[in-house]
Design a protein around this ligand. Sequence first.
Ligand code: SF4
Ligand code: SF4
Length: 122
Amino acid sequence: MALKIISGCINCGNCRHVCPTDTIHYYDTPDLQHTIDPIGCIDCQLCVDACPVEVIEPDSSYVHDPAELAAAKELAAEVWKERGPTIQTVLKVMRQRNARWAREREDRRDAPDRYRTGKRQP
Ligand code: SF4
Ligand code: SF4
């Protein structure tokens, strides 16, 4: 299974920085939106955790050729040897920040008056 980016992407680049196969691009669409090239996607879900707005979903329409999937997994294993610890560290920070933002979004929905002045009220 490969993943895809649906509408609502804010182009933050988080997913691209943690993808172990470098299969997320942002320069090859007319509006410079991030997209996942499914050929290199191994469904590791790291990008899902990194995304602050939850716009990465399974792409059930894409079926991997076994050889291309094997090649992508091989590449991921190679990249992980070099960048795995860095990706894990970056992802930890992203997860914490995303969780905080999610709580703030909920807070805004539940108590919009607290945010009316642009400053959170006590
Ligand atoms: S699931 Fe993994 S391989 Fe696929 S795009 Fe996301 S981070 Fe990259
Ligand atoms: S992490 Fe999410 S919002 Fe950021 S570029 Fe990727 S898909 Fe878009």
